[in-house]
Design a protein around this ligand. Sequence first.
Ligand SMILES: [Zn+2]
Length: 145
Amino acid sequence: MVEPQTTDRSAKAALLPAPTEVDAPFWAGLHEGELRLQRCTACQFYQYPPETFCYECGSTALEWKVANGLGTVYSFITVHQRYHAAFVDDLPYNVSIVELDEGPRILSNVIGMPSESVTVGMRVQASPRPLTEEQSALYFERAEG
Ligand SMILES: [Zn+2]
């Protein structure tokens, strides 16, 4: 079997998020350039990923709030190995856990700089990017200042 050596566009399309009733506002927000998080109106806890109840107190009184988009790199790796045909052209790429100012940690990529320049503790800013005409994904870039 011959492995594809370039990005397989159909492979990338197969990886597009499939929003559910619970997380649709998150994905819609990204496509509008906003990072939206669920917040519990009972205990004010912000959470990610979206759920039908509060992870902290169990309340189902959740609302969507626009996050400030800022966070700190909690941990990261640089991927050098080809694990999926969809990401061959992106190698090497960064996979980071970003701790948002609101509290939740989110798995994403820090882009716009060489992966080896990313550091734990670096301040980053959400930077949603379109994947298709209907969907966007969350990336982060180094925060200004
Ligand atoms: Zn709560």
